[in-house]
Design a protein around this ligand. Structure first.
Ligand code: PAF
Length: 296
């Protein structure tokens, strides 16, 4: 595994590129089993390049940019036990140069949910991912399904900017009790960790409602919200149509996203579940590329 600490070293990827396609797993570090699953999945498709970069432009004022956990040595130790062939860990100055430089503005899929509550967040995500695509030039990039809106916003960027890269979303990795793995779980003490389970319970409640035949969005959202009483505050408990994230008053056959965001102690946590509703049956679905790859 080679470690590239600056953009000046990116030329070292060229020799690798000759062997097999490069597959990118972009991360902000603080790696956990969810990231390692992405890496293992990525290795099925080619040579894995992991980027580790805490991207300042996707954090808003008052968010946790300064506190975000950073431990490159530990991340490299974890990656050494995976099929990663290269790690790119640039400094801020390698990624962002002059004031007033070109940025990407997210499109319609970023308008609601986290996009509405974290202004500029998805612009920052798209800008950095576009830069990472430009620097690494992967054939394929993998993203976790927990960040569902991020996946969909990225898919729109790749489509609208005609970027020559394929995207794949990978199922959320959960702790045995259901908590979605997240670098921000490190902020939780034992009591908060227990209360954070309400996000996964909210998604399960929404899914159970749909499985019982409920098709009124308000009723499904109310069932989700009822589980979130254990959180300190709730940003949203929402049902949206996939892939465009439109609101709907009633749920027809097709794909829907159950989405929750809530604050527990110092952590703002999100969780998501993509479902396909079909003639009374409700099954897990994927997000990107038509959503067929439920268990990718
Ligand atoms: O999901 C993340 O960790 C980040 O948003 C990403 C995609 C690495 C961009 O900074």
């Amino acid at each position: 595994m080679i470690v590239l600490r600056g953009s000046g070293e990116l030329g070292r990827l060229e020799a690798l590129r000759e062997n097999a396609p490069l597959v990118l797993v972009p991360t902000m570090g603080a790696l956990h089993e969810g990231h390692l699953t992405l890496v293992r999945q990525a290795a099925v498709h080619g040579q894995v390049v992991v980027t580790i970069f805490v991207n300042p432009t996707q954090f808003g004022p008052g968010e946790d940019f300064a506190a975000y956990p950073r431990d490159l040595d530990e991340d490299l130790r974890l990656l050494a036990g995976t099929p990663t062939v290269a790690v790119f860990a640039p400094a801020v100055g390698d990624v962002y140069g002059r004031p007033g430089e070109v940025t990407v503005r997210a499109g319609r899929r970023a308008e609601g949910l986290c996009g509405a509550l974290r202004p500029g967040h998805f612009d920052g995500v798209l800008t950095v991912v576009a830069k990472l695509f430009g620097m690494v030039r992967p054939s394929l990039a993998l993203f976790g399904r927990k960040d569902a809106q991020q996946c969909l916003v990225l898919e729109q960027m790749v489509h609208d900017l005609r970027l020559p890269v394929r995207l794949l979303d990978v199922p959320t990795v959960r702790e045995p009790d259901g908590l979605a793995m997240s670098s921000r779980n490190r902020y939780l003490d034992a009591g908060q960790r227990q209360r954070a389970l309400c996000l996964a319970r909210a998604l399960a409640a929404g899914r159970a409602c749909l499985a019982d035949g409920q098709r009124a969005t308000a009723a499904v959202e109310a069932a989700m919200r009822a589980e979130l009483v254990a959180a300190d505050s709730v940003d949203y408990a929402a049902v949206r149509l996939l892939p465009e994230l439109e609101m709907t008053a009633s749920i027809q056959d097709g794909r829907v996203l159950l989405a929750v965001a809530a604050r527990v102690g110092p952590a703002r946590l999100i969780d998501n579940l993509a479902l396909r509703v079909e003639r009374g049956a409700v099954m897990e679905a994927g997000l990107m590329g038509g959503g067929d790859a439920a268990g990718t």
